[in-house]
Design a protein around this ligand. Structure first.
Ligand code: ADE
Length: 293
């Protein structure tokens, strides 16, 4: 898939694919291997005055400067991207990054990862002329409830979160499915439930006990479970016992409960929308959580 990034600070993205904020790790590798491409466009190249002016004073007065629509329009035109109505039904989207946008979430990244082309316009100064959003963009996205000095960091975050979901980018096909906010394993969970309901006698009938627990179940709206590596003890703190036991069912159970505890501690708001089993609710109740809390 292809990303086009429109900015007045092209240096922010460095010399792709090896340098700059996108020049590391899986994103850099995806760019180098051609699974994705990113093209950075300097909005000043689409100005026509001696000072390469990209901003102007706000109508109505007030603080700060506003990014002009014309350089953005001409840049999009040079990329053969038509103003909005003509784009309907295509596999591309034009996004304005701004603090006023809709929240960018994992589900947004999944939707973008299914497209052929994503154009990211980085806002700056006090704002961007509203006609950019109105006439040229399909959507306006914010990465969080805070105001950045520009959309460049936000654009890099959108690229990173999207690229790692592209087929072939992550080493293991499942590595993005079972993490926090991952698509998760509703099916696994359902199978596990059925296993229990059919009188598994405490054993997990659906789990292949020979295989390592493939799923953490730490998705379906929960945060990921905590991870540990060697040493088994660090600064007096030991790795939780079930993780070293080799008992896959015990590991699965510990991870599920740790994910529930972590979610309760850090993002209790997620629990009301999470896919919880009776066991989950019982466990949460031991931590003092009640539905509707
Ligand atoms: N530009 C300024 N603040 C922003 C935010 N929170 N998200 C995306 N772009 C921004």
């Amino acid at each position: 898939m292809r990303f086009d990034i429109l900015t007045i600070f092209p240096e922010f993205f460095g010399a792709l694919p090896d340098q700059g904020i996108l020049g590391h790790g899986v994103v850099s590798r995806a760019l180098r291997t051609g699974l994705a491409s990113a093209h950075v466009h300097d909005l000043r190249s689409f100005t026509h005055d001696r000072h390469r002016t990209v901003d102007d004073r706000p109508f109505g007065g007030g603080e700060g400067m506003v990014l002009k629509p014309q350089p953005i329009f001409e840049c999009l035109e040079s990329l053969a991207i038509a103003p909005r109505p003509a784009r309907d039904g295509s596999r591309e989207t034009v996004i304005l990054l701004s603090a006023q946008g809709k929240p960018f979430k994992q589900s947004t990244a999944r939707r973008l990862a299914a497209l052929d082309r994503v154009v990211l316009i980085c806002g700056r100064y006090e704002g961007v002329d509203e006609r950019v959003s109105q006439l040229l963009c399909d959507e306006e996205l914010s990465i969080g409830d805070y105001v950045l000095s520009g959309g460049e960091l936000a654009a890099a975050i959108v690229v990173d979160a999207t690229v790692r979901l592209l087929p072939g980018v992550l080493g293991h096909a499942d590595s993005s499915r079972y993490e926090s906010f991952g698509e998760g394993d509703a099916q696994d969970l359902e199978e596990e439930r059925k296993g229990r309901a059919s009188g598994g006698g405490g054993t997990d009938a659906s789990a292949d006990v020979q295989a390592p627990p493939r799923s953490t179940n730490a998705s379906n709206g929960l945060l990921d479970y905590p991870h540990y590596t060697r040493p088994a003890e660090f600064l007096g703190v030991s790795v939780p016992e079930p993780l070293g036991s080799g008992d896959h069912q015990a590991i699965r159970r510990w991870r599920r409960q740790a994910a529930l505890a972590k979610t309760l501690a850090n993002r209790a708001d997620l629990l009301s929308g999470a896919d919880l089993t009776d066991d989950d609710r019982e466990f949460l109740a031991t931590l003092g959580y009640r539905r509707g809390d």
